[in-house]
Unconditional design. Structure first.
Length: 443
């Protein structure tokens, strides 16, 4: 192997034109003049301890322009940067070195492979092209083009960018790593995938990454059977997903039913790779609906809400602040309201509803023959297949019934039972008062 410093060449012994013309061959030996000429024109690399070696090298001069080519196992050292390639070119008209084929670049931060590299000796910037692969410990980045500032640590990548670490993978059109440690961003068709979390996926226009992932604009989230959307989303530790600004969430519970929700913000928590709970805030609306029967649905509206899941089914719901639960099936409808409402589920259907504190219930039969309005404290509602079955109130109960026999009842405790949307039983206990209407006669 022939090893030379980038400035070490004596192939041309003529005195150059231009700024070197004032140096007389009579006062400077030709060998020394040629050595000085090549050193200056190639870029004065020895000032930094830079060195280029190769199996073969050749220097060409044309007027004031000097060009040097290297071939066969090219190795270069610029500051702390090490470059290897099959060939390289340097010219006196710029501070660039160009490396071609099987390019390998390494410094204290990264190891990079590419087809083509342009290195700027003055700024320490390396631009890499063609099947670029960058490695940093267990992190790996691939792209069509990469620009790296070795002094500041800034890095940018463009074209089919893919960044991977463990079971995480992010693809985008562009990727930027700031000089600030641990801060980077990506833009253009961003796609985040976390395989271990039952394949958690996030799509967005852009993302900012520090100790968490922040996705911005036109965000879509998929996790298992869940899908959601928002203007922004944040992933922390791969276990919590916060969607904000017009957030929505949807899931197919089975082949016939779906659950969907909307709120200003939705926080999802993952446990053992699946969604275990959802906390929704500000203008919350949750809908359980049947695909086959569009009239069968349960709707929860509240200021905030909490949903819990067991494996793939909904287990409990809590709604706070002006909470209202509407249940409709077979034409009948029931509406429960209060400041705090708790709901438990059976096979993804609301089964028990409890109002903490004062609340109301309004029920109407599908044929309009019966309307029941109840107010009281500690109201409990039992549902079967989304149909109203029973209502109890612990205290301060008032029941008003409109229909064939209008009735008003009040007492300390109340119990009503329903079947097929019709009331079958009413019981009132403690300080009972009542009014009954029978054919224009009140008793």
């Amino acid at each position: 192997m022939v090893q030379k410093r980038a400035s070490d060449s004596r192939q041309n012994r003529t005195c150059p034109r231009g700024p070197f013309a004032r140096w007389s061959p009579a006062s400077i030996p030709l060998d020394s003049l040629a050595f000085l000429l090549i050193t200056l024109l190639i870029g004065g690399l020895s000032a930094y301890g830079d060195e280029v070696s190769a199996d073969r090298s050749k220097t060409h001069r044309q007027g004031d322009l000097t060009r040097r080519t290297y071939a066969g196992d090219v190795k270069a050292a610029f500051r702390s940067n090490i470059i290897q390639a099959d060939s390289a070119v340097a010219t006196s008209s710029s501070d660039q070195y160009r490396f071609y084929q099987n390019v390998r670049f390494a410094d204290e931060r990264y190891t990079v492979r590419a087809n083509h590299l342009v290195y700027y000796t003055a700024s320490g910037v390396a631009r890499l092209f063609g099947d670029v692969t960058l490695s940093d410990g267990d992190r790996r980045l691939t792209a069509d083009r990469v620009s790296y500032e070795s002094i500041s640590g800034r890095l940018s990548a463009r074209g089919d960018v893919s960044a991977a670490r463990g079971d995480l993978k992010l693809t985008a059109d562009r990727w930027y790593k700031q000089a600030t440690p641990g801060v980077s961003s990506a833009g253009g068709s961003v796609h985040y995938v976390q395989v271990s979390a039952d394949t958690l996926e996030v799509m967005a226009d852009s993302t900012v990454v520090d100790d968490r992932y922040r996705f911005l604009s036109s965000v879509e989230v998929r996790q298992g059977a869940w899908s959601g959307s928002a203007d922004q989303a944040i992933i922390t530790d791969g276990e919590r997903i916060l969607m904000t600004d017009q957030a929505t969430l949807r899931r197919d519970l089975d082949s016939t039913r779906t659950v969907s929700s909307s709120a200003q913000s939705i926080l999802l928590t993952l446990a053992e790779t699946v969604v275990s709970e959802a906390v929704m805030s500000d203008s919350v609306l949750v809908v359980f609906a049947s695909r086959a029967d569009t009239t069968s649905r349960s709707t929860i509206a509240a200021d905030s809400s909490y949903l819990a899941f067991e494996e793939t089914t909904v287990s409990a719901l809590e709604a706070y602040g002006a909470a209202e639960i509407s249940v409709a099936t077979g034409g009948s409808s029931s509406v429960v309201g209060g400041s705090t409402v708790q709901v438990t589920f059976s096979d993804d259907h609301p089964e028990h509803v409890l109002i903490n504190g004062e609340g109301t219930l309004h029920h109407q039969a599908g044929d309009g023959s019966l309307t029941v309005t109840i107010t009281g404290t500690g109201i409990r509602v039992t549902l079967t297949d989304d149909a109203l079955r029973s209502v109890t109130a612990d205290s301060n109960a008032v029941c008003e019934i409109e229909g064939e026999h209008p009735t008003r009842l009040s007492g300390d405790r109340l119990r009503l039972e329903f079947e097929d949307g019709k009331m079958r039983l009413s019981e009132v206990e403690g300080k009972v008062k009542g009014r009954y209407w029978f054919e224009d006669e009140t008793r």
